[in-house]
Design a protein around this ligand. Sequence first.
Ligand code: ADP
Ligand code: MG
Ligand code: MG
Ligand code: MG
Ligand code: MG
Ligand code: MG
Length: 700
Amino acid sequence: MGLLALGTALDWPEAKKQAHLVRSWGIRQLLEIWNKAKGKERDAMLWGDEVEYLVVIYSKDDPKVLLSLRQADILEALANDKTIGKEGCTPTLPDGSNDEAHYSYRLNQPFPVFHPEFGRFMLEATPGKPWGIDFKELLKVEPNMKLRRCIAKDHMLPNEYPITLTTFPRLGSPGVFTEPFYPVSGPKLRSQFVPDEIANPHIRFPTLAANIRSRRGRKVQVNVPVYRDVETPWPWKDPTVNYDLHQWPEDDDVRNGAAPDNFIHMDAMAFGMGSCCLQITFQAKNLTEGRQMYDQLSPLGPILLALTAATPIYKGFLADTDVRWNQISRAVDDRTPEELGEKPLQNDRWRIPKSRYASNSTYISEDRRLRPEYLDPDLVIDESIKQQLLDGGMDDRLATHFAHLFIRDPIVIFSEDLKELDLNKTDHFENIQSTNWQHMRFKPPPADNSIGWRVEFRPMEIQITDFENAAFAVFMVLITRVILSFDLNFYIPIGKVDENMETAHARDAVLTRKFHFRRNLFPAVRASRGSSSGSSTPTGTASRPPSPVGPVEDEYRLMSVNEIINGTAYAKAFSQQQRQEDNNHVPEDDEFPGLIPLVESYLDSVNVDVVTRCELETYLDLIRKRASGELWTTAKWIRHFVGCHPDYKKDSVVSERITKDLVEAVVRIGQCEAKGKGFGELYGPGGEVPDFERLMGRHR
Ligand code: ADP
Ligand code: MG
Ligand code: MG
Ligand code: MG
Ligand code: MG
Ligand code: MG
């Protein structure tokens, strides 16, 4: 998130008055870049990842782990020291050693880019420049992620560590969880659980939180179902909620029912935007390909969310869900009671079914395979904005997408930016665009048109190790190449993608749930789009003749993640081997090839050297085994860690001691990985991290 220049941020009542102006200027800026960039061709197939970290304070002898709020100091230290492999920055390993050989790759690495994030205990890091098309680039990702972590650590205090848990298990729990400590509650968040100082102090962030709250007319309500264990009192009342506060009007929220039974109750943006994720941005060769990538990756979002599940704990309790998504959605839900449908429409323009952080609402490609039935007939759009875009030369479908994003108000407005419209900037457009957090983002080129049309894949949860993060990043890159080279068709009705997103929240959804997924991914054999060159059918996978267009409902069916990722044949064989009941009686003509076998076919069809192929195989193997259940998701491993801990009383409470031991395990995993020697010693005498092999497999 690029920081806007400092200025005077308007409070909500003032910002609201300027919302229309910002939207109309934003649309003019969008049209400007549209007209400049719509004909851009032959942009390189670049891509880049983003990794987010929590900064924790941990030492062996201290019974507590805390979140460090030194983001600004750490970023400043990083900004003042940008040399790698030269004097000034020799990454020191977390164990204090200085393994030159292991860091030899750093000599050819540009300095990574570190970014601030919403939480003052967070950091984001991206590679110094985007990755290229070469397969060898895929092998640079993991060392680069390790380098980033190492450099970050190098600019922290000895007891501070960058860790990649999605959430801090005891964020918002009673007592002290930050260093320094700040009391609740502050004027911006008005949270009874976290102080205002939890947010990045740059005025943009507290204003974002305060104006969302103000627009809603009450605090955000982030309620996540608590996991019911054998000793969990039932009905369960969140014991950390204070019903007797009378400092802010919003203190009434809990007295008005904001904290229902059997839910962990949270009341501030930090509980959502304080979570870490893994994002991948792809540059397309042109606009058409960008729109195709956006649509085709969209149905994969929920599958990858389930597969990367890593968020089973909130505010010191086990949750009954495994992923962060809905919590972030609720943490930034600025809808008014009218928009939510709780009151008749009077002052607001629409009822809006989703938060501004939510799964994709529409498809954007002009692909002729996109049947009208896949689109949401009730999509809320701003008709006058759509008309402006059409008048400006944009096609109907893309105009619809942006006219949907632009139903939202800009939340943070700086008065200095309202003096005159600058068509050489995209600030007003980005104001709306960057606060529409869908699971994909379609990124137009910047105002100077220097780079191409990009598509961002946003649903994945961050993983504990860089090996896993690299595996998921690489897998998504390969899938994207497969989609483009085989011209695959993943379309299902967009409402089914929404449904899948909900399904992905279930505990261990990978193994316990099924997802709507398209049966036949292959293009029609005869009538392929445009030229028939460029699209081939992968060897070894059955391609059927095009079926005549039938009911949309026949095009997809429910599949397990194992079937989707590994294919029906593998899933069946695996369940037999595991002596599991095979309740997927897949009719022969309903065999699904699986995404990993498609990636393998693709790799077979291009020239990849043996060494690269073997390395890529270790990544694919992780994905394969996570999908089959042979390896566990991070969420499952964390649940297991808590469940086996001697301090756990089977009452859903994740105590300070458990949190400390969990963070210690994660820090140890990081130290082991940084040494570049795999995880061997995590199994060794005295160095065990409980059941770590179930997460990673023994051979890592
Ligand atoms: P945001 O936070 O807005 O998503 P960031 O700048 O933090 O954006 O990260 C975007 C990612 O896109 C980074 O990994 C970066 O390396 C990558 N990237 C930058 N330029 C390009 C490009 N032209 N094509 C593809 N990826 C790019
Ligand atoms: Mg970023
Ligand atoms: Mg960002
Ligand atoms: Mg971002
Ligand atoms: Mg980020
Ligand atoms: Mg991003």
